[in-house]
Ligand binder design. Structure first.
Ligand SMILES: Nc1ncnc2c1ncn2[C@@H]1O[C@H](COP(=O)(O)OP(=O)(O)OP(=O)(O)O)[C@@H](O)[C@H]1O
Ligand SMILES: [Mg+2]
Length: 247
């Protein structure tokens, strides 16, 4: 593998019944790289993200993280999940816990960190996502954009090697999208390795090192944003871009 590859997929295949949802996927994400995945609904973007985190099994091919094949199960799998954070469209915060408790939870439970240490780190992370003043609130007392920033802080609390984002702004009101994208841009500038499924083409243009275009379970294009947006090669990508850039 390439010297600086952090996530590497080779010949990955998966079916849901007759549907061939991932077809011979080859994808390398370098350390510190930001890869944006776009494509029509049902093309397999979420399945790909979930496979990288082993939330979905694959039938053939290999997925390596930092050179190590994904473990099948057990403690090794739990550790892998901790190394690759995931941020979903729905924030999945614990409603009955404060913002601070949400961010501290996994480091204490999974990493066995001391509470004071975890709390201090959680406060630093909340500060980083602009929510230091909201640590004692409950999720329902925050806006959607604030809740999603808590979810990002929570993912960061495990000190992951990479972060996967699956449409992190799709459930947000328009005025909240930017505050979440700005946190993600800052993470990218800080060198975090990120795989981001999004329809935010502005983010793809400004923050991505590469754009991966998927259709029908295949990677159809894998190029720089400049190349992809100015001169898409495939008819599928041209068609997709003409639809999404119109509105
Ligand atoms: N658990 C499942 N069982 C059966 N089929 C599934 C399952 N999950 C996803 N699929 C199907 O696999 C295909 C790819 O789904 P996936 O969620 O990966 O697409 P996507 O590119 O993320 O789409 P969207 O943009 O709508 O989120 C779709 O046709 C979907 O209906
Ligand atoms: Mg999806």
């Amino acid at each position: 593998m390439a010297a600086d590859a952090l996530i590497e997929l080779r010949g990955v295949n998966k079916h849901y019944g007759k549907l061939h949802v991932l077809q011979d996927i080859d994808l390398t994400v370098g350390r510190g790289e930001v890869v944006v995945i776009i494509g029509p609904s049902g093309s397999g973007k979420s399945t790909l993200c979930r496979a990288i985190n082993r939330l979905e099994t694959i039938e053939s091919g290999t997925i390596r993280l930092d050179g190590v094949p994904l473990p099948e199960e057990g403690r090794a799998l739990a550790e892998l999940r901790a190394e690759v954070g995931m941020v979903f469209q729905s924030f999945n915060l614990f409603a009955h816990k404060t913002v601070l408790a949400n961010v501290m939870l996994a480091p204490v439970k999974v990493r066995r960190k001391k509470k004071e240490e975890a709390a201090q780190r959680a406060r630093e992370l909340l500060d980083r996502v602009g929510l230091a003043a909201h640590a004692e609130k409950y999720p329902a007392q925050l806006s959607g954009g604030q809740q999603q920033r808590v979810a990002i802080a929570r993912a960061l609390a495990m000190e992951p090697k990479a972060l996967l984002f699956d449409e992190p702004t799709s459930a947000l009101d328009p005025e909240m999208i930017n505050e979440v994208l700005e946190v993600m841009r800052q993470l990218a500038r800080d060198g975090m390795t990120m795989v981001v499924v999004t329809h935010e083409m502005g983010f793809a243009r400004s923050a991505a090192n590469r754009v991966v275009f998927m259709a029908d379970g295949r990677i159809v294009e894998d190029r720089t944003p400049e190349e992809f947006f100015t001169a898409p090669r495939s008819e599928r990508a041209k068609d997709f871009l003409s639809k999404i850039l119109k509105h």
